[in-house]
Write a protein that binds this ligand. Structure first.
Ligand code: GDP
Length: 461
């Protein structure tokens, strides 16, 4: 019915991954939608119809229910060019019972002549019905206007007050922390780890290898996610909590089901994690679904380690007569396919043979610490002075001068740029700045966030 198209349209998704298999775009289930300077979180529940209930694993259906329950408003999308069907009626009934603001988006209305047809969908009983064309971008403004009108004003607005770095600003003004050392980063006492990835890449095998080479503290313990059970282990004095280990070991009955489940699990597990292990099957290479899950982890703000598993299958246990895979070549291809994860370290393992498992632990500890790192304002300002911003490939209209910059938060590291002009951070500028920051300070494995605070024009001061 065009739900993915609408989702991408609303979130201006830059990274639209379209796989060969149906179901892949559907799995991209989370994004941010912006309207008139406000923000809201958008969740795509996947095509969940009550009548499919018996075919859908209970887990998936429950996840959709959770999404409904958490939502402040719900948009139901129907294909306006089809007849109203029984499952639509059932879903509508279910939604109406929730007592939440509901919107019916009647999609594929890209001609005036079709509007009359949309009227049929009034029978679903929604007060707010909006004809749209996700593909052509028609009616999207009206839809957003209507939805944002019912959202509480501070719902997911960037938390400006909270991270106002007033202390830092002061420090900058009187230069008092000029020589303040960088606060050393340390991994938290307990690092929470989510093992995510497509079906069959070896998540359960890796989990067994990780827990098998460490000391179980208590097992099992109440999980950090709903109804889940976590495993807590210790290795070299560091505690690791593996999120929802039963979930990691659970298998879908059919391929499609397993694939869908793997994305939902990733989403759920990321919420409770500090670090994710994105597991890739070396013998399969990077597939669209790997990128989908990786993109999801990237957006979640969690840190990541890419674990290329089954390395034995492309080296020592290769059976197709080809020469052993070259790590450098493999890495180049992987980096190309997952460009947006360039900051993430890669570890090559064989979970089945227990090879390189120690490196996984070491990388987790490293990225968990980097994620907590804080750079002092004095140091940051010295850095800013050194950077040659003229080199950033940015159009004149979007150029800005960074007056100063502070790190307002950790996990993920978040920087506030105080600029001379109120313009949106240009993509190339952001990438340039990010690269420079990483070169100077690292932050390996962690995404970096930026916020802009423009100096008010003289007249408004
Ligand atoms: P999951 O669906 O991601 O949890 O994947 P599993 O852990 O169930 O593994 C899928 C299949 O790959 C199983 O048959 C494993 O025995 C196999 N497997 C997992 N890791 C490795 C590995 O490092 N090398 C080899 N050769 N096979 C592996």
């Amino acid at each position: 019915m065009g739900k993915s198209t609408l989702f991408n349209r609303l979130t201006h998704s830059r990274r639209s991954i379209v796989g060969d298999e149906p179901g892949i775009t559907r799995d991209r289930i989370y994004g941010i939608v912006e309207w008139a300077g406000r923000h809201a979180r958008l969740v795509d529940t996947g095509g969940v119809l009550p009548s499919e209930q018996e075919f859908i694993p209970a887990e998936i259906f429950r996840q959709a229910r959770v999404a409904f329950e958490e939502a402040a408003a719900i948009i139901m999308v129907v294909d306006g060019r089809t007849e109203l069907a029984a499952p639509d009626m059932e879903l509508a009934r279910l939604l109406l019972r929730l007592g939440k603001p509901l919107f019916l988006a009647v999609n594929k209305m890209d001609a005036e002549s079709l509007l009359a047809q949309a009227e049929n969908f009034r029978r679903l009983g929604f007060k707010e019905m909006l004809p749209i064309s996700a593909e052509h971008g028609l009616g999207i403004g009206d839809l957003l206007e209507a939805v944002f009108a019912v959202l509480p004003v501070d719902d997911f607005e960037p938390a400006d007050e909270e991270d106002e770095p007033s202390a830092n600003e002061q420090a900058w003004n009187d230069n008092s922390d000029e020589d303040a050392p960088e606060i050393p980063a340390r991994a938290p006492d307990e690092v929470r780890v989510a093992i995510i990835g497509r079906p069959n890449v070896g998540k359960s095998t890796l989990l067994n290898a990780l827990t098998g080479t460490s000391r179980a503290i208590v097992s099992p313990i109440a999980g950090t996610t709903r109804d889940a059970v976590d495993e807590l282990v210790e290795r070299d004095g560091q505690k690791f909590r593996f999120i929802d280990t039963a979930g990691i070991r659970r298998k879908g009955k059919t391929h499609e089901m397993a694939e869908k489940l793997s994305v939902l699990m990733a989403r759920k597990h990321l919420e409770a994690a500090d670090v994710s292990l994105l597991v890739i099957d070396a013998s399969a290479g990077v597939l669209a679904a790997d990128a989908t899950i990786g993109g999801y982890a990237h957006e979640s703000g969690r840190s990541m380690v890419i674990v290329v598993n089954k390395w034995d299958l492309v080296t020592t246990r290769r059976t197709d007569g080809k020469p052993a895979a070259d790590r450098k070549v493999f890495e180049e291809q992987l980096r190309y396919a997952l460009k947006f994860l360039s900051y993430v370290p890669i570890v090559y393992v064989s979970a089945a043979e227990g090879q390189n498992i120690g490196q996984v632990f070491a990388s987790v500890v490293r990225v968990a610490a980097e994620r907590q790192k804080r750079v002092g304002t004095g140091q940051m300002n010295r850095f800013i002075e050194r950077v040659d911003f003229e080199r950033a490939p940015v159009p004149m209209s979007r150029r800005m001068r960074i007056l100063y910059m502070t790190q307002a938060g950790v996990a993920p590291p978040t920087f506030v740029l105080f600029t001379d002009r109120d313009v949106k951070l240009h993509f190339s500028y952001e990438r340039f700045l990010e690269n420079q920051i990483r070169e100077a300070f690292g932050f390996e494995g962690s995404p970096i966030r930026f916020k802009i605070r423009a100096r008010k024009p003289r007249s408004q001061r």
